[in-house]
Design a protein around this ligand. Structure first.
Ligand code: PYC
Length: 334
């Protein structure tokens, strides 16, 4: 038996996005979170086959579109990544919208705007199209907040670190420069990756992270290392670790949302400010605070609604086959 997937590939500010335009499974559920759970229970082999080697690679990330549950919205989005099925992915959203509009997979109800149902909640899109090309995509993300401040964790090779944890569609441990960490520019990607794996495990063992409104969203999935900017016009720089071996080549949309929530909670960012966030390769997203929500949750925790703007480029059409006779049909990781 051979299964065929029609994919359109792109990258968002350097990080890959593989949109599965044909061959994705039919999912049951009344929300994208319910459909995500169905996919994880029965079809996770599709994610593994399309994301991992030999058809993908450590950074691979993608999406599948579904009809919206609410007819007022344009589409539902399932995110598939080497790390699993994230509740929300910012670079994935920018790439998905660019592909879907340029390739005619979606017809927006209002030109230049889309309403996306994601497992983490409703995400609003504004995009600019010039001729066939989508030249800019801005997403208005889900509520983002600082979840914990000044947690301590021992990092092999560095020592004791102070960590803030913020939510921007996923939970991020944010590691800012401090006595035992000089800033991301002082270390190799290999070092950041190996420390990240240990830190994620230790922080999840030591602390509990659960979304106050949706317990399906739990656990710290990403580590965000921060450091000095490459371009003096930028506000900040980060390197986000995800999966087992990946550093995001884009500035990371949910990571930027989390960091903006951290800065806002610490009085370093206000509505009206532009937060220009650099990635490890120097590509940029522009963040804004679209709304402040002083008592967003039952415990009175404040939140922001972040706006994240960036761009993506379509790189090609990719018809991918998985053959039952192939021992690596469902991928592998070394
Ligand atoms: O852009 O939100 C993002 C993201 C998450 C993991 C990789 N990129």
């Amino acid at each position: 038996m051979r299964k065929t997937f029609f994919c359109i590939d792109a990258h968002t500010c350097g990080n890959p996005v593989r949109l599965v335009a044909g061959g994705g499974p039919v999912l049951s559920g009344n929300s994208m979170m319910e459909r995500r759970l169905h996919f994880l229970a029965e079809y996770d082999w599709i994610r593994k086959g399309l994301m991992f080697e030999p058809r993908g690679h450590d950074m691979m990330s993608g999406s599948i579109l579904y009809p919206p549950s609410d007819p007022a919205n344009d589409t539902g989005v399932l995110y598939i990544e080497t790390s699993g099925c994230l509740p929300m992915c910012g670079h994935g959203t920018i790439g998905t919208v660019t592909i879907a509009i340029e390739e005619g997979l979606l017809t927006p109800k209002i030109p230049g705007k889309l309403r996306l149902e994601t497992p983490a909640g409703l995400v609003l899109i504004d995009y600019v199209q010039e001729g066939k090309k989508v030249t800019a995509v801005k997403l208005t993300n889900v509520k983002s907040f600082l979840a914990a401040e000044g947690l301590t964790v021992e990092c092999p090779g560095l020592g004791l670190l102070q960590v803030d944890v913020a939510y921007g569609g996923n939970f991020y441990a944010i590691i800012d420069p401090q006595d035992n960490f000089n800033g991301l520019e002082h270390y190799s990607a290999e070092q950041l990756i190996s420390w990240s794996r240990v830190l994620r495990q230790r922080l999840n063992d030591q602390y509990t992270f659960v979304h106050p409104e949706d317990p399906h969203i739990h656990g710290l999935s990403h580590i965000q290392w921060t450091g000095a900017v490459l371009d003096s016009a930028s506000t900040a720089r980060n390197a986000v670790f995800y999966g087992e071996k990946a550093i995001d080549r884009s500035p990371c949309g949910t990571g930027t949302s989390a960091r903006m929530a951290q800065w806002h909670a610490k009085g370093k960012l206000r509505p009206g400010d532009r937060f220009i966030h650099e990635s490890v390769i120097g590509s940029k997203f522009t963040g804004t605070i679209e709304a402040e929500i002083p008592n967003a949750f039952g415990d009175g925790k404040p939140a922001i609604v972040p706006g994240i703007a960036g761009w993506a480029m379509v790189t090609g059409y990719n018809t991918i086959m998985m053959d039952d006779d192939d021992p690596y049909a469902h991928g592998f990781q070394v």
